[in-house]
Structure formats: structure tokens, C-alpha cells
Design a protein around this ligand. Structure first.
Ligand code: NDP
Length: 269
């Protein structure tokens, strides 16, 4: 029987996930189909998942924390951060995973060879993506500083031993191997993720730049480009998390390399 997968989000119409996963299913002859579900109320996630008879799902903004609560069991890194972006149905139980952070590690792989021994990373933003990335990077022995416009999430990072600053008290105290924008500034507007003067100084002391936003050159990436800094948008992060989620969907029955190739195709569409 054809297995059905879906992405839940609000909004969800922009999501590339159906193209990505259907490309794998089609090219690798896996009997499954992937669709979108516009879900306004995150507390309805479990009920909708079961009612639709899904074998698995991805979860995007703003339901990743609700997805954590919706699951019967959480595995791997998702347990540490309380944020789930992938759900698998296993023995009638919802099993939650997080593949976003590993997707990002995959995306910066090509930068790694030029990183210093303990790379300094500045994460701009303090939302769900920043929480996942900052923890993952710390576990991978990066020296992480988080910079955000407000201090509402300061405690979260500080209790993990991760340095946290707001725009008001930020001081550059070293050169950065990588600066990554995890804010939504530039997604639907032309805003920079921090005041321009501050960003200019940061970027003058940075080797690489990444943005979680994909499919457009954000004002932040434009600034990096104007300074001739090597940068990348969030497409590789999206691809990385997608490959890892797909491996879970197909229960590791297909090779990761083949999934990667088939999924990469969808980015040419
Ligand atoms: P959240 O809503 O959890 O966090 C957003 C963060 O951005 C907050 O820290 C917020 O600050 C800050 N922020 C929002 N607007 C501005 C602004 N105008 N100027 C400065 N800071 C701002 O979002 P997520 O972490 O879930 O997602 C963030 C971005 O990452 C989105 O654009 C999303 O599309 C992208 N993303 C990409 C992925 C990929 O695979 N490429 C995967 C996941 C996310 P405050 O705390 O003060 O409110």
C-alpha cells in the first residue's frame, strides 16, 4: 500500500519539502507520496496525523515544539532540545526526531577545512533554529556566541553555558570563523538581523557567513557578498535535514547517497 507523508505548518504553501521527498520516492521507486497540511492549531497535530493515516511527517514553523508534545517517544538530539521536525509512525506510536541541526552541520561541511581549531561561531537570533544550532555546535566543540535583539531567551542559552548578548551589550571579542543568521529578518522584508553598523564590524572579522533562509539573497547575505565573504543560503541546510528525514521515512532501506542525489534534483526545479 502506498505510504503517505506530509509536512505540517502555518504557513505551509511555500514549503519545498513535498518536491524534495517526492523526487526521492519517484526516482528511487519507493511506493509513497508526500503532501502539505495547513495546520493552524498545533495541539491538533497528533489527531490530524492519525486521521490522515500518515506513515511519517515533517513539521515546520510554528509547530515544532507542539510536535515534541504530540509524540509518544522522542529519540536522539530532539530529546535534548525539545524541538521535533520529523515524526515516524512505529507500532502505532508517534516517534519524534530532529534533523535540522545535523542538516546545518552537513551544510557547513565544505567550510570546515578552513576553520580554526576551536571555531568561533556567532549565531544571530535566539528562536527555535538558534536553540538547535547553538546546542549542536557546542556539542561539536565550536565556541558559540548568540546575539539577539531581545533578551527573552537569554536564560535558555546561559544555563547551557552558551554566551548570549543583545544588541545593547554586544562587543566583538574575537574573530569569527562563521556567522549565521537564524532570524526571520529578510524572509518577507528587507531587514537586516542586527543594526548595520554592528553587522559591518562583525563581518569585517568573519571568514564565512550562512543564512538559514533559502531561495533568496537576504540583505544579510547581500552585505556579506559586498564584502567578498564566502556565504551560503539555507538551501543546503534544507537539503541536509531532508535527506536525514527521508532516511527515517524509508526506514533506512535506501542508501543515503542515492537519497541525496535524488533530492538534489528537486532543487533544480
Ligand atoms: P523563530 O520564530 O523561533 O525565531 C525567530 C528569531 O528571529 C527570534 O530570535 C527573533 O527575535 C528574531 N527576529 C525576528 N525578526 C527579526 C528582525 N526583524 N530583526 C532581528 N531579529 C528578528 O523562528 P525559527 O528559528 O523557527 O526560524 C528562523 C528562520 O530560519 C526562518 O526564516 C526559517 O524559515 C529559517 N529556517 C530554515 C531552515 C532550513 O532548512 N533552511 C530550517 C528551519 C528554519 P526575538 O527573540 O527578539 O523575537
Amino acid at each position: 500500500m502506498t505510504q503517505i507523508f506530509a509536512i505540517f505548518g502555518d504557513p505551509v504553501s511555500h514549503s519545498r519539502s513535498p518536491l524534495m521527498h517526492n523526487s526521492v520516492f519517484k526516482h528511487l521507486h519507493f511506493d509513497a507520496s508526500y503532501t502539505r497540511v495547513h495546520l493552524k492549531d498545533g495541539s491538533q497535530l497528533r489527531e490530524r496525523f492519525l486521521k490522515l493515516g500518515l506513515s511519517g511527517a515533517n513539521i515546520t514553523v510554528p509547530h515544532k515544539e507542539a510536535a515534541y508534545t504530540a509524540c509518544d517517544e522522542i529519540r536522539g538530539f530532539a530529546k535534548k532540545i525539545g524541538i521535533v521536525n520529523t515524526i515516524i509512525l512505529e507500532d502505532n506510536k508517534l516517534i519524534g526526531y530532529n534533523t535540522d541541526a545535523d542538516g546545518f552541520i552537513f551544510a557547513i561541511e565544505e567550510f570546515k577545512q578552513n576553520f580554526t581549531q576551536t571555531p568561533h561561531v556567532l549565531v544571530i537570533g535566539a528562536g527555535g533554529t538558534a536553540k538547535a544550532l547553538a546546542q549542536k555546535l557546542t556539542l561539536e566543540n565550536f565556541d558559540v556566541t548568540v546575539l539577539n535583539r531581545s533578551s527573552k531567551s537569554a536564560g535558555f542559552f546561559q544555563q547551557l553555558g552558551i554566551k548570549f548578548s543583545t544588541w545593547d551589550n554586544f562587543l566583538i571579542n574575537n574573530k569569527y570563523d562563521l556567522v549565521v543568521n537564524t532570524t526571520s529578518a529578510g524572509l518577507k522584508d528587507d531587514e537586516l538581523p542586527a543594526p548595520q553598523e554592528m553587522l559591518e564590524e562583525i563581518l569585517d572579522n568573519t571568514t564565512y557567513v550562512a543564512d538559514a533562509i533559502y531561495g533568496k539573497l537576504t540583505p544579510f547575505l547581500q552585505l556579506a557578498k559586498s564584502k567578498n565573504i564566502t556565504y551560503k543560503d539555507g538551501a543546503d541546510m534544507l537539503l541536509g535535514q531532508g535527506v536525514l528525514a527521508n532516511e527515517l521515512f524509508v526506514r533506512h532501506s535506501l542508501s543515503k547517497e542515492k537519497i541525496f542525489e535524488a533530492m538534489k534534483h528537486s532543487f533544480e526545479i
